[in-house]
Design a protein around this ligand. Structure first.
Ligand SMILES: [Zn+2]
Length: 461
């Protein structure tokens, strides 16, 4: 059976790159009737913390990428790691390196000067002392011309020369395994069939293959996903903006973020695609090889498409708003980010007017000529007339009838802006809003009258 996993470290917020990795693992598991697991890599005791662990769990819950079993903590596997390490030491496949950190550092500097690949070929592997001490290294045959080759499920064949690795370190002590060793031990223990992870792990893969071989364990298939990039094509980091998955919770729907993360590195047949259709279409070999830039504009557009589809009750529940369904319709047609709902606050509270904005043309936008022609008095006069038209209008009638009355009035005075602009600002207090007639119908006649009166008072002051 197909078994995949993500293995985040609880040393900070769950990165959106991890979320994308979780998505592709999850899609692959679903597509193949397999299982998706989450292993928390908490062996770095200094940097790991409970809060980050909870952050990972919450982020996956929010995105509805829940694992098929309880979370596994790497720290729970330490007894197993110790046993495997001891087996390797006993069989001579691993050994203690007694070189001091100073000696190793000097060797590394020397290699740098000679422009050689940094590696440590340790003389101690042939003559181990009785006592325990130093870091534990895997014995790698540096004389052989062995090429470690693996068939990456996304990138194709990748090769490394074994001799360049040297006797690399696998643990600080039997109780303290290093990253590559712990990953191999745990993936093997969980019977992971496909290791699908970020391309920054490609260079770890040959080391892990040698560890699998030394332990006599079956080697899983590997697939390396492209990284998410910032707008400058470097790896997405905090300086590009939000990288923590849960930061997106306040503005985005989880389905929209999933859709976005999926389509960033995969050519799905539709721009707006459900998880179910993603599963249907998913093929690991078709994941893009090169990284994609995290384009917030694209994310906003996708989000707006999902917001439009939200049932009114769900939207109100999500935003905590108590407005009519008609208001919800006007808001969701225009919303890209959930927090922008504040731009529509005139649906639930009285607007505060700016005198310069109420007047047509709005002062800041007017040319010198317009400022002379359009007097304050004209705006007051027209808005007063508009108020009378609305006063007489029966709101049970069709919206288009009110539009026609206002259009007729506009034609009569020969200035459409002078009719619609002050009305828009009187009802919303804002420069941009849905059609003022639509707003008027949501507010109802009484509120509309009050707002027009208040706006006129503001203009008269
Ligand atoms: Zn050594």
């Amino acid at each position: 059976m197909t078994r995949v996993r993500i293995a985040p470290s609880p040393t900070g917020a769950f990165h959106v790159g991890n979320a994308q990795s979780a998505l592709f693992n999850w899609l692959f598991a679903r597509k193949n009737g397999g299982k998706f697991y989450v292993r928390i890599e908490d062996t770095d005791k200094e940097r790991s913390n409970k809060e980050s662990e909870e952050n990972i769990i919450k982020a996956l819950e929010w995105l509805d990428l829940k694992p098929d079993a309880e979370f596994i903590r790497q720290s729970d596997n330490l007894p197993k790691h110790r046993k495997l390490l001891q087996d390797l030491l006993d069989s001579g496949k691993a050994f203690y390196c007694y070189h001091t950190p100073q000696e190793l550092e000097a060797e590394q500097k020397d290699q740098e000067l000679k422009k050689e690949a940094p590696r440590h070929i340790c003389v101690h592997k042939k003559n181990q002392k009785k006592e325990v001490g130093g870091i534990i290294r895997l014995a790698v045959d540096s004389e052989s011309d062995r090429v470690i080759l693996f068939d990456d499920q996304i990138r194709g064949k990748i090769e490394f020369k074994a001799s360049l690795l040297g006797d690399f370190s696998i643990a600080r002590a039997v109780d303290d395994p290093l990253y590559n060793f712990a990953v191999v031990a745990d993936d093997s223990d969980m019977e992971i069939t496909h290791v699908i992870r970020g391309e920054d792990h490609i260079s770890n893969t040959p080391k892990q293959i040698l560890i699998y071989e030394a332990l006599g364990l079956p080697i899983p298939l590997f697939a390396h996903l492209p990284l998410l990039l910032g707008s400058d094509r470097s790896k997405l980091s905090k300086r590009h903006g939000g990288t923590a998955t849960l930061e997106y919770q306040q503005d985005y729907l989880p389905e929209a973020l999933i859709n976005f993360l999926g389509s960033l590195s995969y050519g799905f047949s539709k721009e707006i695609i459900s998880k179910e259709d993603m599963i249907e279409e998913f093929d690991l070999a078709k994941v893009h090889k090169s990284g994609a830039a995290f384009d917030v504009k694209k994310l906003n557009w996708i989000n707006s498409q999902y917001i439009k589809q939200l049932p009114a009750a769900e939207f109100k529940n999500l935003t905590g708003l108590s407005v009519s369904d008609e208001a919800v319709l006007l808001i969701t047609e225009r919303l890209e980010k959930l927090s922008d709902v504040q731009n529509f606050d005139y649906f639930w509270k009285e607007p505060i007017y700016e005198k310069g904005l109420l007047k047509w043309p709005p002062f800041a936008k007017a040319s010198e000529g317009e400022k002379k022609v359009a007097t304050l008095e004209k705006s007051i006069e027209t808005l007063t007339e508009v108020g009378k038209i609305i006063e007489k209008f029966d709101f049970k009638d069709n919206k288009d009838m009110l539009r026609k009355l206002l259009d007729d009035f506009s034609s009569k005075i020969g200035n459409r802006g002078l009719v619609y602009w002050p009305l828009r600002v009187a009802l919303s207090g804002k420069e941009k809003s849905p059609d003022p007639v639509d707003i008027a119908f949501v507010l109802g006649k009484e509120k509309v009258k009050v707002r027009i009166d208040n706006a006129i008072k503001k203009l008269e002051n």
